[in-house]
Design a protein around this ligand. Structure first.
Ligand SMILES: O=C(O)CCC(=O)C(=O)O
Ligand SMILES: [Fe+2]
Length: 134
């Protein structure tokens, strides 16, 4: 779990709390203090994620498992002009000793594998170290 704190900022040109990124892990459950700010990138636009009271946002990082069909969600956080925003993302990691690769049932002659299998711990290390991946 991580705790993010985004103090308010009235300056419109300094309103980015967390730069655009994708998460490394399998799933992130994000609990917030219900101050909006999370945005996702889709079709060349940033969209505000609607806050559903007492619910969690769900970001799935299944790019490799789905052989590229489902993309990791690019997201960022903006800060509010007046209200402090706090979020508690709970990152659900894959088993480090499991091999991560496209699900075999998704691979065919017409849909060849885009990724080499890699141990989850090696994948996480390479992503966090910004080393190249296929
Ligand atoms: O605060 C949020 O809603 C998202 C935080 C986030 O993307 C992260 O900590 O990786
Ligand atoms: Fe994130």
């Amino acid at each position: 779990m991580r705790i993010n704190n985004f103090p308010p900022n009235p300056q419109p040109d300094a309103n980015l709390g967390l730069h655009e990124h994708t998460d490394v892990i399998a799933t992130a459950l994000i609990v917030t203090n219900e101050v909006p700010g999370l945005q996702i990138f889709k079709d060349d636009h940033w969209f505000n994620v609607q806050q559903i009271p007492k619910q969690q946002d769900h970001i799935l990082t299944v790019y490799r498992l789905s052989n590229g069909k489902y993309k990791n969600v690019m997201h960022r956080v903006t800060v509010d002009k007046e209200k402090q925003r706090t979020s508690w993302p709970v990152f659900v990691n894959a088993n480090p000793d499991v091999v991560l690769g496209p699900l075999p049932e998704l691979i065919s002659g017409a849909n060849p594998s885009l990724f080499k299998p890699i141990m989850c711990k090696d994948f996480k290390y390479r992503r966090l170290s910004r080393f190249p991946l296929d």
